[in-house]
Ligand binder design. Structure first.
Ligand code: FES
Length: 135
């Protein structure tokens, strides 16, 4: 069975990047991905904005479909997941991340494929934290 692969996309938009220092989040992912030795199966990238600015810094961790490899013998298990079927890919948009939370996201989501649900907010739960200005 192929190793699970992930793509981590850190928002660098005006709210996440300029006001909430998503650069430190990106740096924490670089360090954790390196420390856990998963760089060969985890891509790290930037995004300009996810449209969830008031809940930032936001980071999308997306599991990538397994690459189709040339099987020695054809088997249904070798087929990539079809639309509406196949294994569910572990994908989540994390909100209000900080470098401490990044440690757990990498350990759980990237290493084990388990989403960290408590770092995810509902899109309609746009309640600003105390002291935060309106976006
Ligand atoms: S600036 Fe990050 S979601 Fe908009």
């Amino acid at each position: 069975m192929a190793e699970r692969r992930f793509r981590v996309i850190v928002c660098r938009g005006p709210e996440c990047g300029d006001k909430r220092d998503s650069r430190s989040i990106h740096a924490a992912f670089v360090a954790q991905i390196d420390a856990r030795g998963v760089g060969h199966r985890c891509e790290l990238d930037w995004q300009s904005c996810f449209g969830r600015c008031s809940q930032g810094p936001n980071v999308l961790v997306r599991e990538l479909p397994a690459a189709v490899q040339a099987p020695r013998r054809f088997a249904l298990a070798d087929l990539p997941p079809s639309r509406g079927g196949g294994p569910r890919l572990a994908t989540a948009l994390y909100n209000r991340l900080d470098p401490v939370k990044v440690v757990e996201v990498v350990a759980s989501h990237v290493v084990q494929g388990t989403v960290v649900g408590r770092f995810i907010e509902r899109p309609d739960a746009l309640v600003k934290p105390p002291g935060e200005p309106d976006v």
